[in-house]
Design a binder for this molecule. Structure first.
Ligand code: SF4
Length: 112
């Protein structure tokens, strides 16, 4: 059995594929982010690490390692992409943390 495809059909398929691939990537990223439950700062694990979803509200007196330029977005454990407001964290599987959040485990994300 021989299968042939016209040039027009081939071009249509290529255009359709080129259009759908980015859409599918975006949809997959949204689905992955949506599957994560936002971490509540009252969660026992979050409390244990002093997590807050707003690093501007960290009490410096009780968190002497905190520096104002530290936030989840520039932490080595943050799994979100640059510009995203929420992202996964290696310390809190299945949960998302705020990009502007912070906890006592913060460690500078390596450059690159
Ligand atoms: Fe945020 Fe890093 Fe703490 Fe995770 S480990 S909550 S990314 S500061």
């Amino acid at each position: 059995m021989q299968y042939s495809m016209s040039r027009r059909a081939l071009v249509k398929s290529a255009v359709l594929a080129a259009t759908l691939v980015p859409v599918l990537k975006i949809t997959a990223a949204w689905a992955a982010a949506a599957a994560l439950i936002p971490l509540d700062s009252s969660d026992p694990a979050a409390k244990a690490l002093g997590y807050t979803n707003d690093s501007s509200k960290v009490e410096a007196a009780s968190n002497p390692t905190f520096k104002p330029d530290q936030a989840c977005a520039n932490c080595a454990q943050f799994q979100g992409k640059p510009g995203e407001t929420l992202g996964g964290c290696n310390l809190f599987p299945g949960k998302s943390v705020a990009a502007k959040g912070w906890c006592r485990v913060w460690a500078k994300k390596p450059a690159g």
